[in-house]
Design a protein around this ligand. Structure first.
Ligand SMILES: CCCCCCCC/C=C\CCCCCCCC(=O)N[C@@H](CCCCN)C(=O)O
Ligand SMILES: [Zn+2]
Ligand SMILES: [Zn+2]
Length: 530
C-alpha cells in the first residue's frame, strides 16, 4: 500500500514537473507576446510632439510673389559655382553669384544697417547679422552653402545649369544641395524684415559658405572666426543642411519622416599601401604590390566595421518615434525594440543608406598603382574614405582596419590634415526647447510628417560651429524619396516646385518662432478637438 502511494506521489510529481516544464515556458511566451501586442496597440504619438502640430496649414508667401521668388531661385541655379577641390573653385562664377545676391536682395545688402548688416568673408562667403532688441536672448545661426559639386554633363537628361522647370520639378545642380537653402533663407529674411516688418527681439546670423563641398576652410571656418572675433561666443542653436523630409526611408513607415541630424559622423581618409619589389612582367613575383593591396581592400569590404544599435543609439529613438506612424507589423517591432533590436539592426545593414547610420562605413574610392603594362610596380596604394560612427574613435577604426588586413607589409595611414572626429550628440526630445522650436517649425510647414532625430551620415559645415552651441542641428526642409537618393551629387538633381515654396515658408516660420520667447505654436488645439 505504502509503495503504491509513494509510486502514485512520484508519478504526480513527475506530471507536475513535466507540466511545469512545458507549461511555464508556454505561459512566459504567451505573456511576452501579449506584452508586445499591448505595446504595439497602445503606442501613440507623444503629447509634446502632438501639441506642436498646427490645426491648419497654408502658405505664408502669397502666390504672385512666389513666381518672382521662383525666378530668382532659377537664376541662382544657373550660376555654375562648382567646387572641384580647395584650389579649384570657379572664381568667376563665385564673383557672379556675389553680384547676383547683392542685386537680387538690395534691402539685405546696404542702406538698412539699423536692421541688418552683411559682411563678405574670404571674397565669396556671406555673414549677415540681424540685430535683435533684447540682448538677454542668445542669438542663433542659420547656415547654408552656395557652391555645388561638379557634373558629368553627358549623363544628365537636362542641362544642369539651365534650371529647367517641367511643371513639377526644377532640374539643376544645386537645386537640392544646397542653393534652395541659400535662396530660401534670404527670401524669408527679406520678407520677415521688410515685408512683414517684424521687430526683431532675438539677434540672429546667417552664414553662407562658398566652399563646403571641398572642406569649408575658406567659407564656414572663416565665418566662425569672424563671429568669434566680434565677441560672439554662444549661439542658442545652429541649423545647417543635413537630413531632410524622407519618404520610404524607414521600413514599414509610409508617413514622411523629418529627420533632424542631432550628431554627425566623423571623417577619415586612410591610405593602404605597400612598398614591394618591381621587376619584369615576364617573371612576376608570387605576390605583387597590386595583389597585396587588392587583397587588403577586399578584406576591408568583406569584414566591415562593427555596427551599433542599442537603447543608447540615436537610431533607437528614431524608430521608437516612428512606431506610432508604422504599419501594424512594424508598430509591433518598433515598440518592442528591447526584443527585436537584433532583427532591426540586421535589416538596417541590408541597405546602404540605413547601414550608414549604424556603422562606420568603408569606401575604397581611389586606387593608384602601375605605370606600364610590362613593368611590375613596386608600390600600390588604395585610399579608403571612412565615415566614423559616433560610438567609435578614429583610432578604433584604424586599429580594426589593421587587424582585418592582418598583413604587416601593408601600411595603414591616416591623413592627419583632413580627419574630423564624430560630433557630440545635441539634445533632442521634449526637454530641449531648441529641438522643439525646430520641430514646431517643421510641423507647421510639413504637418503630414513626424520629426525624429538621426545621425547625419555625411559631413557639413557644422564642424566649424560646434564651439558656439551644444544645440547643433542638421536639417533642410526638402522632400526626398529614398529612390531619388542617387540624384544627390549625382545626375538630374531636382527639387519639386511646391517644395521650394515650403522651403521659404519653413525659414520664415523658424524666424518667427525663434523671435518669440516662450512661443506657442500657431493654431494650437487640444488632442480631443479633432
Ligand atoms: C534611419 C535613417 C535612414 C537614413 C537615410 C539616409 C538619407 C539621407 C538623406 C539626405 C542626405 C542629404 C545629404 C546632403 C548633405 C551632403 C553633405 C555633403 O555632401 N558633404 C560632403 C562634404 C565634403 C567635404 C570635403 N571633405 C561629404 O560629406 O562628402
Ligand atoms: Zn551640401
Ligand atoms: Zn554636397
Amino acid at each position: 500500500m505504502l509503495a503504491w502511494l509513494t509510486a502514485r506521489g512520484t508519478k504526480r510529481r513527475r506530471w507536475i514537473a513535466c507540466g511545469l516544464g512545458v507549461g511555464l515556458p508556454v505561459l512566459v511566451l504567451l505573456a511576452l507576446v501579449l506584452a508586445c501586442l499591448i505595446n504595439a496597440w497602445s503606442v501613440s504619438e507623444p503629447d509634446w510632439h502632438y501639441q506642436l502640430r498646427p490645426s491648419g496649414s497654408g502658405h505664408l508667401i502669397n502666390d504672385s510673389l512666389f513666381e518672382e521668388r521662383l525666378g530668382r531661385f532659377q537664376a541662382a541655379l544657373r550660376i555654375p559655382t562648382i567646387s572641384v577641390d580647395a584650389r579649384n573653385l570657379n572664381e568667376s562664377a563665385l564673383e557672379e553669384f556675389k553680384n547676383f545676391l547683392q542685386t537680387s536682395f538690395p534691402r539685405l545688402h546696404g542702406g538698412n544697417e539699423d536692421k541688418i548688416t552683411c559682411e563678405v568673408v574670404s571674397n565669396y562667403s556671406f555673414l549677415y547679422e540681424i540685430k535683435g532688441s533684447d540682448e538677454s536672448l542668445t542669438p542663433y545661426l542659420l547656415a547654408a552653402h552656395l557652391d555645388v559639386v561638379p557634373v558629368e554633363e553627358d549623363k544628365w537628361n537636362y542641362d544642369p545649369f539651365e534650371a529647367m522647370k517641367d511643371g513639377e520639378y526644377i532640374y539643376a545642380r544645386g537645386a537640392f544641395d544646397d542653393k534652395h537653402a541659400v535662396m530660401g533663407i534670404l527670401e524669408a529674411l527679406d520678407y520677415f524684415l521688410f515685408t512683414k516688418n517684424e521687430s526683431v527681439k532675438r539677434t540672429f546670423y546667417v552664414g553662407i559658405g562658398h566652399d563646403e563641398e571641398v572642406s569649408g576652410r575658406q567659407g564656414a571656418a572663416k565665418i566662425a572666426e569672424v563671429l568669434h572675433n566680434r565677441g560672439v561666443k554662444t549661439m542658442d542653436f545652429v541649423l545647417d543642411e543635413g537630413f531632410v523630409v524622407l519618404t520610404n526611408a524607414l521600413p514599414g513607415v509610409q508617413v514622411p519622416v523629418a529627420l533632424v541630424g542631432v550628431s554627425e559622423k566623423g571623417y577619415a581618409e586612410v591610405s593602404v599601401s605597400v612598398d614591394g619589389v618591381s621587376g619584369h612582367s615576364s617573371m612576376p613575383p608570387k605576390e605583387s604590390a597590386i595583389g597585396i593591396i587588392s587583397k587588403a581592400v577586399s578584406r576591408l569590404e568583406a569584414y566591415p566595421q562593427p555596427h551599433f544599435f542599442d537603447s543608447s543609439s540615436v537610431e533607437y529613438t528614431t524608430l521608437e518615434t516612428a512606431a506610432p506612424h508604422s504599419s501594424f507589423l512594424y508598430k509591433l517591432i518598433y515598440s518592442n525594440l528591447w526584443l527585436f533590436k537584433n532583427i532591426v539592426s540586421n535589416q538596417f545593414l541590408e541597405s546602404a543608406s540605413t547601414a550608414a547610420t549604424v556603422r562606420t562605413t568603408t569606401a575604397p574610392t581611389l586606387f593608384n598603382a602601375g605605370y606600364k603594362i610590362n613593368v611590375v610596380p613596386s608600390t600600390a596604394t588604395a585610399y579608403i574614405n571612412h565615415r566614423v560612427h559616433p560610438k567609435q574613435t578614429i583610432e578604433d577604426v584604424l586599429e580594426y582596419d589593421r587587424e582585418v588586413i592582418g598583413d604587416s607589409r601593408v601600411n595603414v595611414t591616416l591623413n592627419t590634415d583632413t580627419y574630423i572626429r564624430p560630433h557630440p550628440i545635441s539634445p533632442y526630445g521634449p526637454d530641449s526647447p531648441q529641438y522643439k522650436l525646430l520641430a514646431r517649425s517643421i510641423l507647421e510647414v510639413f504637418p503630414q510628417s513626424f520629426v525624429a532625430p538621426g545621425t547625419m551620415i555625411a559631413t557639413t559645415d557644422t564642424k566649424y560651429y560646434l564651439n558656439f552651441s551644444k544645440n547643433v542641428y542638421r536639417f533642410a526642409p526638402t522632400f526626398l524619396d529614398i529612390e531619388d537618393m542617387p540624384r544627390l551629387h549625382g545626375h538630374d538633381e531636382r527639387i519639386r516646385v511646391e517644395n521650394y515654396r515650403e522651403v521659404v515658408d519653413f525659414f520664415f516660420r523658424l524666424m518667427v518662432n525663434a523671435n518669440q520667447v516662450n512661443a506657442r505654436p500657431l493654431h494650437v488645439h487640444a488632442r480631443n478637438e479633432l
